[in-house]
Design a protein. Structure first.
Lengths: 192, 311
């Protein structure tokens, strides 16, 4: 092999490795930041009824003035990570290769998870997610606005015992980020 | 909240944070609740003592943060565990390859075992396995509320949360020196508001607390217990300790800002205890207005970004 061929081979290997790494990075839905132009803007207009308003503690969206799509997505992912708790998470997920030192540790974790499920129930887990998202985003100075349930379900999810599929979750978070960084809503702010 | 539910939460929290190092002789990380006895307390000079005072029975969780040496030792343990686990994976993977050679369409396809790597190896953080939950029983004193006294290894301790609420969105740490007692008062804003507010204004949930009020207020506790040696009591030097993972899937909140120590700006702690130059560097490069010490939110149109403290 000539030196030129060797250099080319090394360059090709390096390029392939770089491409593979880039592809790997691109397919990670938890970290990729989509082009906001490709993210569909959810419908937010609706004629409010008293029933809608009574459910605003469950069905809402966030907005903050002067915030870019990237900032909003980072904030939503951060809060989503806190809201998920042990089940997975953006920054805090249980690692893909979990390890526990001792049998006691394994048993402790299993007992904790089983008891959490048995005691609190799926409805409580869903409520906790809403509380945690509201508080976390509120502390980041996002305002909260109410939404009709049907419209909310188009780009939001509830999470009980079963976690939302990661690709869908991230797609919805991206839509929420588009709203959060978009024009200020005309609707009334709800507070934390 | 019912007593049964509180007990269940206690059990869950215990199961979730009980140190799993206990069986490993080289670690020897132990804590002990000091019992309520009439005799004056004799301190073990090799141990530190954390006193937590509250109006009612509580279940706070404290976590020891590692020193540089402890962090290095923990990293070594992680590396050793990873090496060991990788060795097991090599065998499992060879088994999988053999199964794949026998596999044909129509059979259930064997699942390739995940290779443990530096990036994906889920080894618990130091503080997660050096944690202790105090209370709700085993009080050192019931005079004027509930006082808990815990004997712990000396070091830096983090307030992680109380009962089923973690201070994951912003907390503090403090040193617990050997042979000393560090008294901390924990005030629970929701409990205070329910007790103090007129009936029509009482919050129903923690989300109903006044704007800028989070659920935990920590400060130095006043101690007048004659059983405690007065010359061993040192006031807690609180430091902003940033955010922490919501390991137990709990409700998340944060510690109230401490004037002169830290405040929050868009959800991130800004260290006010550092020298002025360092504050300027660690706070907001864009001049973002921070929340006031009472925690009121800044204007919506403030520019973004602040540096998390203590992370």
């Amino acid at each position: 092999m000539t030196i030129r061929k060797m250099v080319l081979s090394v360059a090709m290997v390096a390029m392939l490795a770089e491409t593979a790494a880039a592809q790997e990075a691109k397919i990670d839905p938890m970290t990729v930041v989509p082009d906001p132009a490709t993210v569909a803007t959810p419908k937010l207009d609706f004629a409010e009824t008293p029933e809608d308003a009574a459910d605003y503690d469950k069905y809402f969206y966030f907005h903050r003035d002067g915030t870019s799509f990237e900032e909003a997505l980072a904030d939503l992912r951060d809060c989503d990570g806190f809201a998920r708790g042990l089940s997975s998470g953006y920054r805090y997920q249980e690692a893909p290769y979990p390890y526990t030192y001792t049998a006691a540790g394994v048993a402790g974790g299993l007992i904790a998870n089983a008891m959490m499920s048995a005691i609190f129930g799926s409805a409580e887990k869903r409520r906790l997610r809403r509380v945690n998202m509201r508080r976390c985003m509120g502390y980041k100075d996002y305002a909260r606005y109410g939404l009709q349930k049907d419209l909310w379900q188009e780009f939001n999810f509830e999470e009980g015992f079963s976690a939302e599929e990661e690709g869908k979750r991230q797609a919805m978070l991206a839509q929420q980020a588009k709203v959060a960084s978009g024009p200020r809503p005309a609707a009334k702010e709800l507070g934390l | 909240m019912s007593a049964l539910r509180s007990l269940a939460m206690l059990a869950v929290a215990l199961a979730a944070v009980t140190p799993v190092w206990a069986d490993e002789p080289e670690e020897k990380w132990q804590t002990r609740a000091v019992a309520d006895k009439p005799a004056p307390l004799t301190l073990d000079p090799a141990k530190a003592y954390i006193l937590i005072k509250a109006d009612s029975m509580i279940m706070p969780t404290l976590m020891q943060l590692p020193s540089e040496e402890q962090a290095a030792a923990h990293a070594r343990r992680r590396a050793e565990a990873l090496t060991k686990e990788h060795g097991k994976w090599v065998k499992r993977h060879a088994g999988w390859e053999a199964e794949m050679k026998r596999w044909t369409k129509g059979m259930k396809k064997p699942e390739e075992p995940v290779e443990p790597t530096e990036a994906n190896f889920g080894f618990p953080e130091y503080e997660r396995v050096h944690s202790v939950m105090l209370g709700p029983q085993n009080r050192f004193s019931k005079e004027g509320g509930s006082v808990y006294l815990q004997e712990v290894p000396p070091g830096e301790y983090l307030f992680y949360g109380q009962a089923n609420v973690c201070a994951c969105l912003g907390t503090v740490s403090f040193e617990a020196p050997a042979g000393k007692i560090v008294p901390v008062e924990l005030r629970l804003s929701l409990v205070d508001a329910i007790r103090d507010a007129p009936k029509e204004n009482r919050p129903k949930t923690s989300l109903d607390l006044p704007a800028g009020t989070s659920q935990f207020l920590l400060r130095a506790a006043e101690v007048g217990d004659p059983r405690l040696p007065a010359d061993a009591i040192v006031s807690p030097a609180f430091k902003p300790a940033g955010t922490r993972p919501n390991w137990a899937g709990a409700e998340v909140d944060r510690v109230m800002p401490m004037p002169g120590i830290f405040r929050y700006a868009r959800g991130q702690q800004v260290d006010d205890s550092a020298p002025p130059a360092a504050v300027a560097a660690s706070a907001d490069p864009g001049g973002m207005p921070a929340e006031t010490p009472t925690g009121e939110a800044g204007p919506d149109d403030a520019p973004a970004s602040a540096t998390p403290a203590g992370e």
